[in-house]
Design a protein around this ligand. Structure first.
Ligand SMILES: Nc1nc2c(ncn2[C@@H]2O[C@H](COP(=O)(O)OP(=O)(O)OP(=O)(O)O)[C@@H](O)[C@H]2O)c(=O)[nH]1
Ligand SMILES: [Mg+2]
Length: 426
């Protein structure tokens, strides 16, 4: 079965906690603070890979998690960082959040994107020595890694070549003759209900062909079966447009199909196109020349037009070489594009850290302080540890939060939450 859409949960590694420790020295009761920092949590990265063909593996592995960072050690030892987790997915996989935000669109081989960043490690107490504070007895906790409860992975099959055309043009027949695919073939329109894929070897390259259900006028608006499958055409490098030689008016049907492609997505029209007039085995040269002439009037200049017979296997090699050349050209361009883009890979991290905050009364005797930076700081504070708490209080004071709390009428014994972290007693 071809799985092309799965839901998974995903979590980057948490940062390791910083350590509280003091040097052990002979004859000295307690040496200076030497607690090391926690290690960073591992990132979760997704990488497009030509070696993967389906998302089937995720049916058994619904949870993806990178390693946590290790806590800091004595003698200023840094905790080991969690290993990054690289998840290879088929080229053409699009990763979205449940509400539809696209996190990554892995359109090229080895394109790698950080989906969830690991948490920072907390600082150990050695970090907090200052002239005022010779022996800090607190350390930071590691930051939580980014997590997604539900991510949608969708594989948009990227065939190199899409066979498009009216129903009954012979698309499935062609695919069956040139590849090992065995699509259903019949003498009535709309035989093909779902796209068939087939690998076709041409000289030294392999091309993935998609046989798309026949398009009719209005397909781009949802008529017929074509619409749902037009998305498979969306990214194919080359379009092979098949036309039944026995069609009454080849120019008009050609234009109708092009119009549908255009209405679905205008750029598709600019893809290299190769025209295959099919079923010519019983036609003489003049008739073929006449059909070609009719088409020549409406196609873009330079569009190659071949006369073939899928059934009788005529004229196929010549056409396939042309298709392969076009695909190779496009792949080359795509590789060059990916190279220039890789300098600016879209790396997802927690950005837009604002330095503002708000203070509001939650109920009679508790208050809530919100603000990205303060909340992130509070998240790294160990509320069990009095010195750690003191440091948070110092910071709230320095930021003017304490002043604001007093202005709003806080009284001794009231509690303060910073985001979801707390409580802290005033
Ligand atoms: N004479 C002749 N008939 C052909 C040729 N290629 C296909 N056919 C016939 O045309 C009919 C339709 O072929 P299909 O391959 O099913 O056409 P399709 O384009 O896939 O059609 P849909 O799946 O309905 O869009 C079948 O009866 C085929 O046997 C050919 O080269 N010559
Ligand atoms: Mg078919």
């Amino acid at each position: 079965m071809f799985v092309d859409k799965v839901k998974i949960s995903l979590k980057a590694g948490d940062g390791g906690d910083g350590r509280v420790s003091f040097r052990q020295e002979k004859f000295i009761d307690r040496g200076g603070p030497d607690g090391g920092d926690g290690g960073k949590g591992g990132d979760v990265l997704f990488m497009g890979s030509r070696n993967q063909n389906t998302l089937a593996a995720f049916r058994y592995q619904k949870e993806v998690k990178a390693e946590d960072g290790r806590p800091g050690g004595k003698t200023r030892k840094h905790g080991r960082s969690g290993k990054d987790l690289i998840v290879a997915v088929p080229v053409g996989t699009v990763v979205t959040t449940e509400d539809g935000k696209i996190l990554a669109d892995l359109a090229a081989d080895e394109q790698t994107v950080v989906i969830a960043a690991g948490g920072r490690g907390g600082f150990g107490n050695a970090h907090f020595v200052s002239s005022r504070r010779q022996a800090p007895k607190f350390a930071e906790k590691g930051e939580d890694g980014e997590a997604y409860e539900s991510l949608v992975l969708e594989l948009k099959m990227i065939a190199d070549v899409a066979l498009v055309g009216m129903p009954n043009a012979g698309k499935s027949t062609l695919l069956s003759v040139i590849s090992n695919a065995r699509p259903e073939i019949a003498d009535y329109p709309f035989t093909t209900l779902t796209p068939n894929l087939g690998m076709v070897d041409v000289a030294d390259t392999s091309l993935l062909f998609a046989d798309v259900p026949g398009l009719i006028e209005g397909a781009s608006n949802g008529k017929g079966l074509g619409h749902e499958f037009l998305r498979h055409v969306e990214r194919t490098a080359v379009i092979v447009h098949m036309i039944d030689a026995y069609q009454d008016d080849v120019a008009t049907t050609y234009k109708a199909i092009r119009q549908e492609l255009h209405d679905y997505r205008a750029e598709i029209i600019d893809r290299p196109e190769i025209i295959a007039i099919n079923k010519v085995e019983g036609l003489d040269e003049d008739m073929i020349a006449d059909i070609k002439a009719q088409l020549q009037k409406v196609v873009n200049k330079g569009t190659p037009i071949f006369a073939i017979s899928a059934q009788a296997r005529q004229g196929l090699d010549k056409m396939l070489y042309d298709v392969a050349d076009a695909v190779k050209r496009i792949r080359q361009e795509a590789a060059e594009m990916a190279e220039t883009e890789s300098d600016s890979l879209p790396v997802l991290t927690i950005t837009n850290v604002e330095s503002g905050y708000t203070v509001s009364r939650q109920d009679d005797n508790s208050f809530i302080v919100s603000g990205t930076k303060l909340e992130s700081f509070a998240g790294r504070t160990d509320f069990e540890n009095e010195e750690g708490m003191q440091r948070l209080r110092d910071i709230l004071a320095r930021w003017g939060v304490m002043h604001e709390l007093r202005r709003q009428g806080i009284e001794p014994g009231d509690t303060i939450f910073v985001g979801r972290h707390g409580p802290m007693v005033y």
